[in-house]
Ligand binder design. Structure first.
Ligand code: GCO
Ligand code: MN
Ligand code: MN
Length: 388
């Protein structure tokens, strides 16, 4: 037990599909044998996780009979009770089965769109039964290879209709559940609709119940698009839409890597953790990552421990940053405000505009202002490297 030991209050969660990933890739067969949901719950409990999330079919196979479903859910609930793990989030698999080869809610086939709705209603019931308060929508196949195949306006309408229908379903059933949309730019489709956090935020404003719908941003997905993930998270937070978060790691310009949190872009991970802790984000810290294909299940456990441990180390580094006298002095210098422009704080008024027009500005002095960002960044790097 050290200060980097995960505790329930840290809200570290993993999907069944993360530690349960079999190590399959487009070029290779599985390298790990399949563990049952109950075995995965035990593995996560041993690693120190707080919660476990799932797609409907991670838990209940797509062809299960009602009796099989009931037995699986009963055994899973028992494993949760035995280990103390909870289920904060659930989601639907709308991408594995060939029926979804052209998308689910945005399939060109109205029967597939209807089936996707029915599957999601059932999966929402399952998630709520197990305690989920957040329901994620990752549109894994909501996209195209050729734009000859689909009009993006039709796709937007179908996706909107589906979310409106499902919001009503949640309200009609009195469920305490919010939706979190997860954007991704591509993979497995060539192009996915609503590819970034910003795109999703814009889309949500077009829904019938925008208050019920927020974001589940993922590190890897914004990195795949070459974007600054922390900035995207900040925008979602600013809009009151950071309902959930998928933590992992990913180099720019690569295929979807789903690496252990903080394992490659350490500085970005640091600023992300610092942001989440500074603003007081209270939702799940969900790790949507996979162990290397070379890992056995002992190493998978190390992978899970590593995600949480790195988060907690970075959290401590963020506190250190906030308490570092030299860093804080530099920040005070950079953000110094003598109050001269306080008249702009209330926004526009005729008086404020008149006062602003009458204010002289010395551009040369303003342009010559000292901004010691090199020093600040070097101090940050030294702090991260452990010599500060
Ligand atoms: C991916 C996605 C998924 C989703 C998951 C939950 O790139 O495969 O990140 O892992 O997060 O389907 O909806
Ligand atoms: Mn992903
Ligand atoms: Mn994800």
């Amino acid at each position: 037990m050290d200060s980097y030991t995960p505790k329930p209050e840290h809200k570290f969660t993993f999907g069944l599909w993360t530690v349960g990933n079999l190590g399959r890739d487009p070029f290779g067969e599985p390298t790990r044998s399949r563990l049952s949901p109950v075995e995965l719950v035990r593995l996560l409990a041993e690693a120190g996780a707080y919660g476990v999330n799932f797609h409907d079919n991670d838990l209940v196979p797509i062809d299960a009979t009602a009796a099989e479903r009931d037995r699986i859910v009963r055994e899973f609930k028992q494993a949760l009770a035995d280990t103390g793990l909870v289920v904060p989030m659930a989601t639907t698999n709308l991408f594995t089965d060939p029926v979804f080869k052209d998308g689910a809610f945005t399939s060109n086939d109205p029967a597939v769109r209807a089936y996707a709705l029915q599957k999601t209603m059932n999966a929402i019931d399952l998630g709520v039964e197990l305690g989920a308060k957040v329901y994620v929508f990752w549109g894994g196949r909501e996209g195209t290879e050729t734009d000859a195949s689909k009009n993006p306006l039709d796709a937007a309408k179908w996706f909107r209709d589906a979310l409106n229908f499902l919001c009503e379903y949640v309200l009609d059933n009195g469920y305490d559940l919010k939706f979190a949309l997860e954007p991704k730019p591509n993979e497995p489709r060539s192009d996915l609709y609503l590819p970034s956090v910003g795109a999703m935020l814009g889309f949500i404003t077009t829904l019938d119940h925008p208050d019920l719908v927020g974001l589940n941003p993922e590190v890897a997905h914004e990195h795949m698009a070459g974007l600054n993930f922390m900035h995207a998270v900040a925008q979602a937070w600013d809009a009151g839409k950071l309902f959930h978060i998928d933590l992992n790691d990913q180099l720019f310009g690569r295929y979807d890597q789903d690496l252990r949190f903080g394992s490659v872009m350490l500085k970005q991970a640091f600023f992300l953790v610092k942001f989440l802790e500074d603003v007081g984000y209270t939702g799940s810290r969900h790790f949507d990552a996979h162990a290397y294909r070379s890992a056995d299940y002992e190493d998978v456990k190390e992978f899970a421990r590593g995600c949480m441990r790195t988060y907690l180390i970075l959290k401590e580094k963020a506190q250190r940053f906030n308490n570092d006298a030299e860093i804080q002095a530099l920040l005070r210098e950079i953000t110094a405000d003598d109050g001269v422009y306080a008249f702009l704080a209330q926004g526009y008024s005729r008086d404020a505009a008149a006062q602003l027009r009458a204010t002289p500005f010395d551009r040369a002095t303003l342009g010559a202002r000292r901004l010691p960002y090199e020093r600040l960044d070097q101090l940050t790097v030294e702090l991260l490297l452990g010599v500060r």
